[in-house]
Design a protein. Structure first.
Length: 567
C-alpha cells in the first residue's frame, strides 16, 4: 500500500512538472509570436507611411543589428553580401585573389605587402606601388569592401591593374589564383634544440598544419617545443581539441560547453594517440589570445602538460554556432559557455548584467571561483588564462602609434628598399644609428602632432578647474606642466628609439624576406621566446612549475578572497 501511494505521488509530481513546463512553453511561444507580430507591423507601417523614402533591407539590418548588439559582440547577423568575408574570417583560409595586401593613404590605394609565390609576386608588383585602376575601375576614394570585391574573384580569372611606380605608369595583367593563408605562419627550430610553431588562427585544417609542423620538429629530436598563440583570436573549437590531442593521451576531457539548450551541452575528449606526449611544452599567450587559444592554453595548463608564458589572455569563454536563414543569410549565435578540464569558465565580461551605459563589465570578485589542476595547482575562473610565468607586455607609445597611422614607417621602408639591393639576413638585421638618424631626418617636414594621455588628462583638469572657478588658482601650474610636456614630446623620437627601431626594422625586412623574414627578425627582441628558451635549459624548474612547488602552487590568485569550487 505504501509503495502504491509513493507511486501515485510520483506520478502526480511528474504530471505537475509536465503541466508547468507545457504552460511555460506555451507562454514563451505566445510572447515570441506576439512580439514578432508587433515588429512586423511597425516595420510595415514605417515602410508604407514614413515621410521620406526608406530602404527596407537597410531598416531590417539596423533592427536586427540593434537587437543582437544588446546581447554580446559575438552574436551577429550576416547577410548574403557578407557571406564570403565571414567564411574567410571564421571558417576557411582560402580565397581567389592576387596575393597582395593594400593600404589606403589619403584616399589613394597602395600595395602594402606581397605574398611570396603568388600572382602579384610573379608579376613583380612591389610594396609602395600605387594602384590607380583595377579592371577599368578608378579606385581612388573607394571603400575597403569595394577594393576587396575588385581584387578577389574565381581562380583563373583575369584582373587588369594600372599602377604608378616612381612616377611612371605600369600595366599588369594578373591571373587570379587560389590564395591560401596558412594557420601556421611559421614553424621550425629556433636554436638550442627548441622547436617553434606559430599558430595565428584556428580555421579549417589548423590542427593538421600543427601536426605537420610537429612531425618535422620531432625529427630533430627537440628538447622542447613552443606553441605560440599570441594574438590568436581563436576560431573553430574542434580544431582546438585536435591540437590539444597532439600533446595529451586519448580519452582525456579537453573542454565542456554548456548552454541553456541541453543539446548545446557537449563534452569534447581527445580521441587519438598523441604525437608528442613527453617532450616539454611551452605555450605563449598574451592579451590578444582568445577563445580557441584559451581552450588550448587552459586545458594544457589544467592537465599540467604545458607551462604557459606571457600575459593574461583575453577572457572569452563563449561558444558560437551559425544557423542558416532564408535568402542565403546566416546568424551567428552565442549558444554556450565553455569550461576547461578543471571546471573553470574563463569568461571575463558579464554580458547578462550591463551597467547603466549598456557596457558589459568584469565579473565581480565575489563570483570568481578557485579550481584545481590535475596536480593540485590553484587556478581561477572569470578572467582569462593567467600564465605560469608572467612577462611584461610590450606597450606602444603615442609617437609610435602616430608614425604607424601616418604611414611613415611604410614610406621609409619603401625608400630603403630602393636604396639597398639586398640584406645579408633577416635573423640578425638591425638598423644602424646612422640609419635611424636618416629616418628621423626624413620626418623633418612631417606632421607628428599627437595628444598623449597626460595631455588629455591635463585638458580634463583645465575643464574641471573652469567648472569649479579655480582656473586662476592653478593657471601657472597648468601652464608649467604644459610646457614640460611639450618639451618632453620633442625628445620622443629619442626616448622611444628602441621601440621605433623595432617597428621600422619589421617593415624593412618584409620588403626583402616577406612574412617569414619578419617573424625570424623579431626573434632577437622576443621576451617570451627568450623566457621559454631559458626554461628549457632548466628542466627542474619546468617540473617544479607543473608540480606546483612553492610559488607555483597558486596561479593568478585575485587580490580579493574568492570562493572555492564545490564541483
Amino acid at each position: 500500500m505504501k509503495k502504491l501511494k509513493k507511486y501515485k505521488f510520483g506520478l502526480i509530481a511528474i504530471s505537475s512538472i509536465i503541466i508547468v513546463l507545457s504552460f511555460s512553453f506555451r507562454e514563451d511561444l505566445f510572447l515570441v509570436s506576439k512580439n514578432l507580430d508587433i515588429f512586423a507591423t511597425v516595420y510595415k507601417e514605417i515602410n508604407i507611411n514614413y515621410v521620406d523614402e526608406t530602404s527596407a533591407p537597410k531598416l531590417m539590418k539596423i533592427g536586427i543589428d540593434a537587437m543582437l548588439n544588446s546581447l554580446d559582440p559575438y552574436t551577429e547577423y550576416i547577410p548574403e553580401s557578407e557571406i564570403e568575408d565571414y567564411k574567410l574570417k571564421y571558417v576557411s583560409t582560402q580565397y581567389g585573389g592576387i596575393g597582395a595586401s593594400t593600404l589606403i593613404i589619403d584616399g589613394k590605394l597602395f600595395v602594402n605587402e606581397v605574398s611570396e609565390g603568388y600572382p602579384a609576386f610573379k608579376q613583380d608588383i612591389k610594396p609602395g606601388d600605387e594602384i590607380v585602376k583595377i579592371s577599368g575601375t578608378i579606385v581612388k576614394d573607394k571603400e575597403r569592401s569595394q577594393i576587396s570585391q575588385l581584387l578577389r574573384g574565381p581562380k583563373g580569372s583575369e584582373v587588369n591593374m594600372i599602377l604608378v611606380r616612381d612616377g611612371k605608369e605600369i600595366n599588369r595583367k594578373i591571373i587570379r589564383d587560389e590564395i591560401k593563408l596558412p594557420n601556421v605562419s611559421y614553424s621550425g627550430m629556433v636554436g638550442d634544440g627548441i622547436g617553434y610553431i606559430k599558430l595565428d588562427k584556428f580555421l579549417e585544417n589548423s590542427a593538421q598544419e600543427v601536426r605537420d609542423a610537429l612531425v618535422a620538429i620531432n625529427k630533430e629530436n627537440p628538447k622542447g617545443v613552443i606553441l605560440d598563440l599570441r594574438n590568436n583570436g581563436g576560431g573553430i573549437l574542434q580544431e582546438a581539441v585536435k591540437i590539444v590531442n597532439l600533446f595529451i593521451n586519448k580519452d582525456q576531457v579537453v573542454v565542456t560547453q554548456k548552454g541553456k539548450n541541453i543539446e548545446k551541452t557537449v563534452t569534447y575528449k581527445t580521441q587519438l594517440t598523441p604525437l608528442s606526449l613527453s617532450v616539454p611544452l611551452v605555450v605563449l599567450v598574451n592579451g590578444g589570445s582568445a577563445s580557441a587559444s584559451e581552450i588550448v592554453a587552459g586545458s594544457l595548463q589544467d592537465l599540467d602538460r604545458a607551462v604557459i608564458i606571457g600575459q593574461r589572455s583575453y577572457g572569452k569563454g563563449l561558444v558560437q554556432q551559425t544557423f542558416n536563414l532564408p535568402y542565403n543569410s546566416l546568424v551567428k549565435v552565442t549558444v554556450a559557455k565553455y569550461y576547461t578540464p578543471s571546471g573553470r569558465c574563463i569568461q571575463r565580461l558579464d554580458y547578462a548584467h550591463k551597467n547603466l551605459d549598456g557596457e558589459a563589465v568584469k565579473f565581480a570578485d565575489s563570483s570568481i571561483t578557485m579550481f584545481q589542476t590535475k596536480a593540485g595547482r590553484s587556478v581561477y575562473s572569470g578572467n582569462g588564462i593567467y600564465p605560469d610565468v608572467v612577462t611584461e607586455a610590450n606597450k606602444i607609445s603615442p609617437i609610435t602609434i602616430t608614425l604607424i597611422n601616418k604611414s611613415l614607417f611604410f614610406n621609409y621602408a619603401n625608400r630603403y628598399k630602393k636604396e639597398k639591393v639586398s640584406l645579408p639576413s633577416a635573423q640578425k638585421f638591425q638598423l644602424t644609428d646612422a640609419d635611424y638618424n636618416n629616418f628621423i631626418n626624413s620626418l623633418s617636414d612631417k606632421d607628428l602632432s599627437y595628444q598623449s594621455r597626460t595631455e588629455r588628462l591635463l585638458t580634463e583638469l583645465r575643464y574641471e578647474a573652469d567648472k569649479e572657478n579655480k582656473t586662476a588658482d592653478v593657471k601657472a601650474d597648468l601652464e608649467n606642466l604644459k610646457n614640460k610636456l611639450n618639451s618632453a614630446k620633442k625628445t620622443d623620437l629619442l626616448t622611444h628609439k628602441a621601440e621605433i627601431k623595432r617597428m621600422l626594422e619589421t617593415q624593412i625586412v618584409s620588403r626583402f624576406f616577406y612574412e617569414k623574414g619578419k617573424i625570424e627578425q623579431s626573434f632577437q627582441y622576443d621576451k617570451e621566446l627568450a623566457s621559454a628558451k631559458s626554461l628549457f635549459n632548466n628542466q627542474p624548474q619546468i617540473l617544479a612549475i607543473l608540480k606546483g612547488d612553492g610559488n607555483y602552487k597558486v596561479i593568478g590568485k585575485p587580490t580579493k578572497e574568492v570562493t572555492a569550487s564545490i564541483d
